[in-house]
Design a binder for this molecule. Structure first.
Ligand code: RP5
Length: 168
């Protein structure tokens, strides 16, 4: 199976990255984590991006806060799908990172998830890999069925608690 790359702009992004790690481990998806910055280590960032496909990666998730150009800088140097996670690491509450990550020019897409949306980024990377991994696709479908079941059970609980008069 191809690997997922977790690229963070700074080790201060690690608490958010960890949420993606948890999901990838849950699905037994291979991954690597690296710190590359679009601004502080631009050459290393570009080198990683150019060689990522040949190194066995299938998807790249980029985590960055503030003027978050990391996902875009990576996308500029690879044709692998890039998922951007805007990190809430400034006193603008991550809105700066969200806009910097999502507002890519035509031809250079970055699939941007919510601010600190690391779990969804990992799930999306799994969906991408699952296109060519039938066992992973089945695991993901089971995860979805389980999530649906849990909500239906919560609904039953809430309905019993609050709608007694309606049911009588
Ligand atoms: C971004 O700047 C990083 O992704 C991080 O979210 C933010 C702050 O970095 P540090 O100053 O904490 O290293 O490039």
């Amino acid at each position: 199976m191809k690997k997922v790359a977790l690229i963070m702009g700074s080790d201060s992004d690690l608490p958010v990255v960890e949420k993606a790690v948890q999901v990838l481990r849950q699905f037994n998806v291979p991954f690597e984590a690296h710190v590359y910055s679009a601004h502080r280590t631009p050459d290393a960032c570009a080198e990683f991006s150019r060689t990522a496909s040949a190194c066995g990666f299938g998807v790249i998730i980029a985590f960055a806060g503030k003027a978050a150009h990391l996902a875009g800088a990576i996308a500029a140097n690879t044709i692998l799908p890039v998922i951007g996670v805007p990190v809430k690491s400034s006193n603008l509450d991550g809105i700066d990172a969200l806009l910097s990550t999502v507002q890519m020019p035509t031809g250079m897409p970055v699939a941007t998830v919510a601010i600190d949306g690391a779990a969804n980024a990992a799930l999306l990377s799994i969906q991408i890999l699952a296109l060519s991994e039938p066992a992973l696709a089945e695991n993901f479908a089971a995860y979805r069925r389980n999530a649906t079941q849990k909500v239906l059970e919560k609904n039953t609980q809430i309905e019993k608690q609050y709608n007694a008069t309606i049911q009588e």
